[in-house]
Design a protein around this ligand. Structure first.
Ligand SMILES: CC(C)(COP(=O)(O)OP(=O)(O)OC[C@H]1O[C@@H](n2cnc3c(N)ncnc32)[C@H](O)[C@@H]1OP(=O)(O)O)[C@@H](O)C(=O)NCCC(=O)NCCS
Length: 172
């Protein structure tokens, strides 16, 4: 039985299993995805999947209606109050799945798991992802200059975060 984190209108977020490894690896290396992330190798993902899930988790986004995987992301630092989301990828793009999946993930992070803060980093030219995160309430917190070396070129990262008080609208 797959471990379900949360379900929404069209999507379900569930913990990845070994049967998802192929999907995760393939999705990461699609050219339009890989340029925006730093992919990990299969053994790394296998270790996460086989772990107790207390610190890191690979998560599959799937359509409720078809049961088909439509995306993937990773959760890190789950043993701290400040969870990190990373490797956010939606395979079936521009259907609103990214927005629905991120909203579900915020609900799970703040309402179900009581995290204090969610943060994420994003390449500074990734306009689509930055638009999505900021429209969901993430705030730009930092700028890491020439932080990642990709094919011989140093790239900048934007750090974005949202606090539980901001999510719940407290203190406005
Ligand atoms: C970023 C990503 C997850 C968004 O997923 P998605 O399901 O395509 O996004 P949605 O359909 O929910 O759209 C979210 C918003 O982005 C906009 N958008 C999506 N793709 C776009 C594009 N190619 N050009 C312009 N705007 C776009 C949508 O119009 C929507 O904005 P709105 O709700 O204000 O109208 C997806 O594009 C992706 O996997 N990209 C490659 C990997 C990546 O960049 N990951 C993030 C790493 S930090």
């Amino acid at each position: 039985m797959n471990e379900v984190l949360i379900e929404g209108e069209r999507l379900r977020l569930r913990r990845a299993t070994a049967a998802d490894l192929n999907y995760i690896m393939t999705l990461q290396f699609v050219p339009e995805n890989v340029k925006f992330i730093v992919p990990f190798d299969e053994n790394y993902h296998r270790a996460i999947i086989n772990s107790d899930g207390a610190q890191m988790m690979d998560v599959i986004v799937e359509e409720k209606e078809t049961g088909q995987a439509v995306g993937y992301f990773m959760l890190r630092k789950m043993d701290s109050p400040c969870i990190e989301w990373t490797h956010v990828i939606i395979g079936r793009k521009r259907l609103g799945y990214g927005r629905e999946a991120m909203k579900l993930l915020m609900k799970w992070s703040f309402e179900f798991k009581d995290f204090h803060r969610v943060w994420i980093d994003c390449k500074d030219y990734n306009k689509v992802a930055l638009h999505l995160y900021e429209s969901l309430g993430f705030v730009r917190e930092g700028f890491l200059r020439e932080y990642i070396l990709t094919d011989g070129v140093y790239e900048n990262l934007v750090v974005l975060g949202i606090l539980d008080s901001e999510y719940f609208g407290i203190g406005e």
